[in-house]
Design a protein around this ligand. Structure first.
Ligand code: AGP
Length: 609
């Protein structure tokens, strides 16, 4: 949540900062601001609304500067408005700060600062940061920041500039991410690697309780307590093309279409058809340790949670291990059992989700076996978990997760096979059978994507409804959940997901001609039960759209619309059923004119609790 960018270098400052903000906009988009230093003076521009509004403001009222910082906001404390937009400043306007996170003790600090004579202009928690730095400032910015951050409780990543200690941007991190890109005679600081890719791929990742001082002559790092730190840049593999729309109308659509390749990339180098083996030694957990696990706990949020629900079926069916799955936001406060024979898997696209990270830390405190399934190398969750299984989805810009869902399912299927192999749960032929099924899937996905127009046509018949029910059973109940989540978050249509068998216990009361039902109905062990659920909906005048590979005739007699998918192994059908539900939500939202890539009230990476 919230995006931070800063620049010291030779390029046009405002262009670099604006371009960086655009690439960070998916982190928050309710207000934005910029501060530059020009000849010892700080010049600010702030607006309510998106980066385009800031761009307009800078066109009508241009500024120039030698270096500067900028911010796109997702409001936590204080409504979205110009005065609450970052950067915030101290009493004299000499120190300005951009911040991502929440300062939990801001009310207490604010009162103390007011008692000392500081004047506040906003409702934000952030505003206490420049004032606290001001309180400690004796001519050296990093020393003042070092003292200030020790008073702050909560989570924060900040970037600070000061007109009285020039030619430096000071950054600090406790919680939300902060990185520094090292270019040729230039430095770019950011809360995410995406905006850096046009400038450099050599990146230093700040860790918790670290401070960086970025100057035209170089960078140095220290701990909050002032101890100097040696930090090395790491070269990232992502490139700038990956974060362009590539001719698609929205990032979400592009990312849906990337799914066959994402699955290929996630499987690549990890399976061997000759031996029928899965190779995951890279994860950093010894085979002998995996061999002794008798239970798995999966912890995640949102779409990653839904992928975890599907992973539970993969792991239980293939590896024969009981799996529980929990919301990270609940697990972190739970008295959970410190089971030494359990593997705790944390699934996260970003690797920065505050609840997932906090739950991971609780599990680490009890010295248990942890593993991350994550899309961002070097993210907090990958750094702290013992094992790491990377999903190779590349950067995902659309706020609605799509390709990373597929990548997570792919990784979990591989993990299930790997554990089955270690525990000798199945012979080579059986493993090979599953591996061959997985390998076929990207091509089957392409078959669905080639018929995208028919999915679009089906979706356009449903744009005017206000409520939707999603039903699925067994391994496709999680897909129903994911479909409902996609529809809710990007089109703002109310949608609920239920396992088909639960409908008669309550939700069936909702069915009428105004409440259509999307049924995920591939031919599998529960198809007859699902067909009965469809009949129950139709008997109550409900409209049904089904995602299925069931015999055309049998199904088309029963439902109003069918979105066809190819034949697939029943356990792996979510890889295919997920795509039509993503596209269905996408086309409804796009047709309704919703802001598909940046839905209201949301942010891509949820780094606050
Ligand atoms: C779904 O479309 C959302 N982007 C959201 O539910 C997301 O999956 C959730 O916030 C978890 O994020 P993470 O995977 O980065 O931890």
């Amino acid at each position: 949540m919230c995006g931070i960018i800063g620049y010291i270098g030779q390029k046009d400052l405002c262009s670099v900062l604006l371009d960086g903000l655009k690439k960070l906009e998916y982190r928050g988009y309710d207000s934005a601001g910029i501060a530059v230093i020009q000849g010892g003076e700080i010049i600010k521009r702030r607006v309510k609304g998106k980066i385009s509004a800031l761009e307009q403001e800078l066109k009508s009222s241009p500024i120039r500067g030698e270096y500067g910082i900028a911010h796109t906001r997702w409001a936590t404390h204080g409504r979205p408005s110009e005065e609450n937009a970052h950067p915030h400043q101290d009493c004299k306007g000499n120190i300005v700060v951009v911040h991502n996170g929440i300062i939990e003790n801001y009310l207490q600090l604010k009162q103390e600062l007011i008692n000392q004579g500081h004047r506040f202009n906003t409702e934000t928690d952030t505003e206490i940061i420049p004032h606290t730095i001001e309180k400690h400032f004796r001519g050296n910015l990093e020393q003042a920041v070092g003292k200030a951050v020790q008073e702050l409780k909560g989570a924060f990543a900040i970037a600070v500039v000061c007109s009285q200690d020039r030619n430096k941007v000071v950054v600090a991190r406790k919680g939300p991410p902060m990185v520094v890109g090292i270019g040729k005679n230039e430095y770019i600081i950011s809360s995410d690697i995406n905006p850096l890719l046009n400038h450099t791929r050599d990146i230093v990742f700040l860790q918790d309780r670290e401070i960086g001082v970025v100057q035209p002559t170089g960078i140095r790092f220290s701990s909050f307590s002032g101890k100097p730190l040696e930090k090395k840049a790491e070269r990232v593999s992502w490139n700038p093309v990956m974060i362009e729309k590539g001719g698609y109308k929205h990032f979400m659509l592009k990312e849906i279409f990337e799914q066959p390749q994402v699955m290929r990339d996630t499987l690549k180098g990890r399976i061997s058809l000759d031996e029928g083996d899965v190779h995951l030694d890279e994860i950093g957990i010894l085979k002998k340790d995996l061999n002794q696990i008798s239970r798995i706990v999966i912890i995640a949020c949102g779409t990653s949670f839904n992928a975890g629900l599907i992973g539970k079926y993969f792991l239980e069916t293939i590896a024969g291990i009981p799996v529980e799955i929990e919301y990270a936001s609940e697990y972190r406060y739970k008295d959970f059992i410190a089971d030494q024979n359990a593997l705790f898997i944390f699934i996260s696209q970003s690797g920065e989700t505050a609840d997932t990270l906090a739950a991971l830390r609780e599990v680490i405190k009890k010295d248990l076996m942890t593993m991350a399934v994550c899309n961002v190398k070097n993210s907090s969750i990958t750094r702290e978990a013992k094992g790491v299984l990377l999903t190779h989805a590349g950067p995902e810009i659309g706020v609605a997760a799509t390709k990373t869902f597929t990548a997570q399912m792919s990784a979990l299927a591989l993990l299930a096979l790997y554990i089955a192999q270690i525990k000798k749960k199945m012979n080579k032929e059986q493993r090979l059978g599953y591996i061959q099924e997985l390998q076929r899937i990207p091509h089957q996905m392409e078959n669905i994507l080639n018929k995208v127009r028919s999915i679009e046509a089906a979706a356009l018949d449903f744009i005017s409804y206000s409520h939707f029910l999603y039903l699925g059973r067994w391994v496709n109940y999680p897909v129903a959940r994911e479909g409902a989540l996609k529809l809710k978050e990007i089109s703002y249509i109310h949608a609920e997901a239920y396992p088909g068998g639960e409908m008669k216990h309550g939700p069936i009361a909702l069915i009428d001609e105004k409440m259509p039902t999307m049924v995920i109905a591939p031919r599998d062990r529960v198809i007859d039960k699902v067909l009965s659920n469809i009949s129950e909906v139709k008997a109550r005048l409900g409209t049904v759209v089904a995602v299925s590979n069931q015999d055309q005739k049998e199904l088309s007699d029963k439902v109003d619309k069918v979105i066809n998918i190819p034949e697939i192994h029943e356990l792996f059908s979510p890889f295919l059923t997920a795509i039509p539900v993503q596209l269905f939500a996408y086309y409804i939202a796009a047709e309704r004119g919703a802001d598909v890539d940046q839905p209201r009230n949301l942010a891509k990476s949820v780094t606050v609790e």
